[in-house]
Design a protein around this ligand. Structure first.
Ligand code: PAF
Length: 282
């Protein structure tokens, strides 16, 4: 398998294996790959002639130094997992220096307000970091199609907005959330959970599913109060936010508009591990 640690080497290789009409599929990741990532890679392989996977823990999108320090780094295991899917996948695993060239800072982005809701509100600067790295990676890889999981639905909308605003020639494709058998959304951070915490965290998706049932008949305020009461009764969790918002603008729902699509979004801490999830309500 080919692993590139320097952007110049990857660019050179891509130049040598692509022609004008070659399609490049791209799966950006921070490693600690799980089945959700592998499904994105499989989709890219079926839809493109060349697939690139980046593995890079991006420091500028972490607002919490402990989260950055403890983020799992498992390059060897990740490479093996990709190899079980397809050995022709190109892996891009650069160093911080190669990407940021001595200035590890995020650029400021305007995502038309999408950045001010939920994750953006609770993780200041996070989406500037995401915008900075995804734009940089798109410039290096020049993908035709880029694949993102819907677990980070706000990130997906923000990347689409960035591509639109910067007129980048890449299709951003959202893919369904992969879940453990107990419903817990797959996430690299799950590696930090004990088996018991993993089991207990099934509460998050169970709560989202009940919120979806309630959405047919109850107000967003009543549903939010109910979700808060669920987590108050389970003190090993700390609910950071629960929000019902429209998919396009991510604004908290005011009154239901049948023309809009809605989602319920949640962020929960178990110990110091932060888990997010969401569910479509339409
Ligand atoms: O979703 C992620 O893993 C990261 O935010 C991404 C898109 C790879 C950027 O660092």
């Amino acid at each position: 398998m080919l692993i590139f640690n320097r952007q110049e080497d990857l660019k050179k290789h891509l130049m040598s294996v692509t022609k004008e009409n070659t399609t490049i599929g791209f799966v950006p990741t921070m490693g600690a790959l799980h089945q959700g990532h592998l499904s994105l890679i499989e989709k890219s392989l079926t839809e493109n002639q060349v697939t690139v996977v980046s593995i890079f823990v991006n420091p500028t999108q972490f607002n919490n130094p402990e989260d950055l320090e403890k983020y799992p780094r498992t390059l060897e295991k990740d490479t093996q997992k990709i190899g079980t899917v397809n050995k022709d996948v190109l892996i891009f695993a650069p160093s911080v220096d190669d990407i940021y060239e001595g200035k590890t800072i995020a650029k400021a982005f305007d995502f038309d307000g999408l950045e001010n809701q939920m994750e953006g509100k609770h993780r200041p600067g996070h989406f500037d970091g995401v915008g900075t790295i995804v734009k940089r990676l798109f410039e290096i890889v020049t993908p035709t199609n880029a694949y993102f999981g819907e677990k980070d639905f706000q990130q997906l909308q923000i990347v689409k907005k960035m591509v639109e605003k910067h007129q980048m020639a890449v299709n951003v494709i959202g893919c369904p959330i992969y879940r453990e058998a107990n419903g817990l959304a797959m996430s690299s951070r799950n590696e930090r959970l004990t088996p018991q915490q993993k089991e207990d965290s099934s509460l998050i998706y169970k709560t989202l599913k009940t919120a979806k049932e309630k959405f047919g008949t109850e107000s967003a305020k009543d549903i939010t109060d109910w979700v808060e009461s669920v987590f108050e009764k389970n003190p090993e969790f700390k609910l950071e936010y629960f929000q019902i918002a429209d998919e396009a603008q991510l604004l908290p729902i005011d009154k239901k508009d049948t023309a809009k699509k809605y989602r319920a979004f949640i962020a929960v801490f178990i110990n110091s591990i932060r888990l997010i999830d969401n569910i479509s309500l339409n």
